[in-house]
Design a binder for this molecule. Structure first.
Ligand code: SF4
Length: 202
């Protein structure tokens, strides 16, 4: 925490990156994804799910994160869909031992429920992607069958109800001309299922 504050003040004072330290580390656990969102892009116009799927084994991921921890206090685990990493559960179980001040996990929500207890022990902010409450549109966008939206909503609700939950929930929407009219419904859903402190990010 204090180091993050010092880093931030150094960044404000220093015009040159020499001596700068990262405020957070963003780690792409895997590029694999079981969804097919039309806007998906690695920043160069290629969807993550078309990128090579090679991943590091879990023990090497943890070595890398231990190294990152020496220079930064916060970690974002993302993808692709990070839960598709073959050692996701192993990495999640061992994260508390690395003692980041805060861990943020992003997910499309398809398969999260079996991991909720481990998420509660390791993650401070749990970020679900949710772009629409229209089941037809969700099926077309996510490319994952007719019940995809129902299952995601059930998993979000399960995440809100976990006994003793400590993580906060963030619903993250990508606004495009195709779904902009759906976002008010997503916002209303967030108010219904999430407690105070949980947020909607668009
Ligand atoms: S869930 Fe994320 S990684 Fe997967 S297709 Fe959609 S935008 Fe891409």
């Amino acid at each position: 925490m204090w180091r993050s504050l010092c880093n931030y003040l150094t960044h404000l004072a220093e015009r040159e990156p020499r001596g700068w330290y990262p405020l957070l580390c963003v780690y792409y656990l895997t590029y694999a994804c079981n969804f097919r969102c039309p806007y998906c892009s690695d920043g160069n116009g290629k969807p993550y799910f078309e990128l090579p799927e090679e991943t590091m084994p879990g023990y090497r991921v943890l070595d890398l994160l231990r190294t990152a921890r020496r220079s930064t206090d916060y970690l974002v685990i993302t993808g692709g869909e990070p839960l598709l990493h073959p050692d996701f559960a192993f990495v999640l179980d061992h994260l508390p031992s690395i003692r980041f001040d805060g861990v943020i996990l992003t997910t499309n929500g398809w398969d999260l429920t079996p991991h909720l207890t481990a998420v509660n022990a390791s993650v401070r902010y749990l970020v679900f992607s949710l772009d629409t409450l229209d089941p037809i549109k969700a099926q077309r966008w996510y490319g994952h069958g007719p019940n995809v939206l129902k299952r995601i909503l059930q998993n979000i609700e399960a995440a809100t109800r976990l006994p003793g939950r400590k993580y906060e929930i963030i619903l993250s929407s990508v606004a495009t001309p195709t779904n902009i009219e759906d976002l008010a419904d997503v916002y209303r859903f967030s108010r219904e299922v999430c407690r105070d402190g949980d947020v909607l990010d668009i």
